[in-house]
Design a protein around this ligand. Structure first.
Ligand SMILES: [Zn+2]
Length: 268
C-alpha cells in the first residue's frame, strides 16, 4: 500500500516472493500486477500441496481436491515433480479466477472468500482501515454480494455514503427500517426514506438501482448495521432537516445513542 501511494496508477507492480495462490487475490486488490515465485517448487520439496484456500500435507490427503492433469490421473501418490506441477497448475488457475473476478466486478468478493486464514483475515481487516484511499479509484460496479462481515467495509459502501450527500431533503423526514410497520404514519411526513444495510438510507425510487437493488445481502448483522448507521449519521448531520428514525429490533445498535442526540428515534 505504501508503494502504491507513491506510484503512478499506470505503472505495473511486480510482487516478489509471494507465491501462495491463497494470497494472490489480496495482492491483486492492493494493486500488484505481476508475480514470480519459487513457492510451487519449494512447497513440493516439503510434500506440501497448494490450494487457493490453504496448504495440505500431501500424505494427509485421502482425496485430491483438484482437477488438474496431475490430480485427475487417479494416483494419489505424486512425485515431487508432479506435486510441483500441481502447485503450478493451481497458481495459474487462481490467476484466471482473479482476472475473471475483475471483469465481473467481483474482486472484493473473491478477496473476502480467500482471506479466511486468520493471518490473511487480519491483513484484510488492517487494509480496510485505510479503505478511504481505495474509494477514489474503485471502478464502478454492477453488483454487490455480501460474503462476510468484511463486506460491510468495502469501498463501495463508503462511496454510497458520499453520494448520499447529494440527496436533497425537505420538510419532515421519516427514515424507516420496516415500511410495513410505518405505513399508517407516513402521511405525517414529507419525505420517506428506507434503510438497507450495509449502505444506509435510500429513497424508494432508487430501490431498483445499484447498489440498493443490485446487491445480495442477508439479514442485517452487527457489521452491516454499523456501516449503514455510519452513513446514516453522516447523512443526517449534513442536512438541516427534522428526521425521525423508525427501526425494528434487528436494528438495535450502539450507534443509536449517537443518533438520538439529533434525531427522533421510534422503536417499532
Ligand atoms: Zn492438481
Amino acid at each position: 500500500m505504501a508503494c502504491k501511494t507513491g506510484l503512478a496508477l499506470n505503472k505495473p507492480v511486480h510482487l516478489f516472493g509471494a507465491g501462495h495462490p491463497m494470497m494472490f487475490a489480496l495482492a491483486v486488490a492492493l494493486g500488484c500486477d505481476l508475480f514470480d515465485s519459487a513457492a510451487y517448487a519449494l512447497y513440493a520439496r516439503d510434500g506440501r500441496y497448494l490450494t487457493p484456500s490453504g496448504t495440505h500435507k500431501l500424505k494427509d490427503l485421502a482425496y485430491l481436491p483438484c482437477a488438474c492433469p496431475v490430480c485427475s490421473s487417479g494416483d494419489r501418490k505424486l512425485t515431487e515433480r508432479e506435486l510441483a506441477e500441481h502447485n503450478l497448475w493451481v497458481s495459474f488457475s487462481e490467476l484466471n479466477t482473479i482476472k475473471q473476478a475483475i471483469l465481473d466486478g467481483q474482486l472484493w468478493e473473491l478477496v473476502e472468500r480467500r482471506c479466511r486464514h486468520p493471518a490473511l483475515l487480519q491483513a484484510l481487516r488492517t487494509i480496510q482501515e485505510g479503505f478511504a484511499s481505495f474509494e477514489a479509484i474503485e471502478p464502478l460496479k454492477r453488483s454487490f454480494t455480501y460474503t462476510s462481515t468484511e463486506s460491510a467495509a468495502r469501498p463501495e459502501v463508503a462511496r454510497y455514503g458520499k453520494k448520499l450527500s447529494r440527496l436533497h431533503l425537505t420538510g419532515r423526514v421519516l427514515i424507516t427500517t420496516n415500511r410495513q410497520k410505518t405505513l399508517t404514519m407516513e402521511h405525517k411526513f414529507d419525505t420517506i426514506l428506507l434503510m438497507k444495510a450495509p449502505f444506509g438510507p435510500y429513497p424508494p425510487e432508487l430501490a431498483e438501482t445499484y447498489p440498493i437493488g443490485q446487491s445480495e445481502v442477508p439479514d442485517p448483522d452487527y457489521a452491516s448495521i454499523k456501516s449503514a448507521m455510519r452513513n446514516l449519521i453522516e447523512f443526517i448531520k449534513s442536512k438541516n432537516v427534522e428526521v425521525t428514525f423508525a427501526y425494528d429490533e434487528k436494528w438495535d445498535h450502539d450507534a443509536l445513542a449517537e443518533l438520538s442526540s439529533f434525531t427522533t428515534l421510534l422503536r417499532l
